[in-house]
Design a protein around this ligand. Sequence first.
Ligand code: AMP
Length: 284
Amino acid sequence: MRTLTTIAELRAARAALPGPVGLVPTMGYLHEGHLGLVRAARAENASVVVSIFVNPTQFGPGEDLATYPRDLERDFKLSEHEGVDLVFAPSVSEMYPPDDAVTVDPGPIGSRLEGAARPGHFRGVGTVVTKLLNVVQPDRAYFGQKDAQQLVVIEHVVRGLFLPVTIVACPTVREPDGLALSSRNVRLTPTQRAAAPALYRGLARASNGWRAGERSPECLRAAVRAEVEPERELCLEYVSAAHPRTLEELQTVPAEGVLLSLASHAGSVRLIDNVRLGEEGATG
Ligand code: AMP
């Protein structure tokens, strides 16, 4: 496995890789959720590239850019163990040279849900993912359903800019108690960690309702709240029952089903999670 930090080195190494090439973009501090993406990429491609870049433009003022967990050496070892061919870990100035002011704004889809809570977040995501796709030029790029809106936004950007890449969605990897794996989970105190599974319990309660025939978006949202609100360590920011493609908040359920998602604070840590409810049942 090679570890590269400059675009020039990456382009040269990429040219020599056998195709097809799969890219797994990450912000590092790798866990089993990331490794699920790497394994999916490994299974479907001749070569796998993992990028590790804590992208400053997707963090707002007062968010956790400075405290975002990092451990590059451990990430390199885990990547090597999974058979990754190249790790691209550029500096901020490599990705954003001082004279660079180009951005990729996904439009209104980036202003809903997470975008409403984190203005500019999806401009940062759209910009960095477009840069990474242009640098690596993979045949396929792998993203987690855990960040459901991110996936929708990236598919939207790829379609809108005619980017020649296939986006592959991978299922959310969870702890045995249901908590979705996240690099930020290490910053939970023991009491917050004990309370956090209520988020998935809420989504699971709504999924059970869905399977039993519940089709009222408001009742689905209420099922999540009923499970989470009693947890004093958790402070819900939103619970959404939205259209899975347009992300518009629903009054009635369309044929495409529902993206049921939430964001919650546990102290200074912000957690998100979601499930997709469709005719085939509930996933995620
Ligand atoms: P991050 O490093 O948090 O930016 O995540 C990098 C990629 O890993 C994104 O596509 C995430 O959606 C995905 N990912 C993060 N956590 C999980 C998880 N628990 N299950 C599946 N994918 C995940």
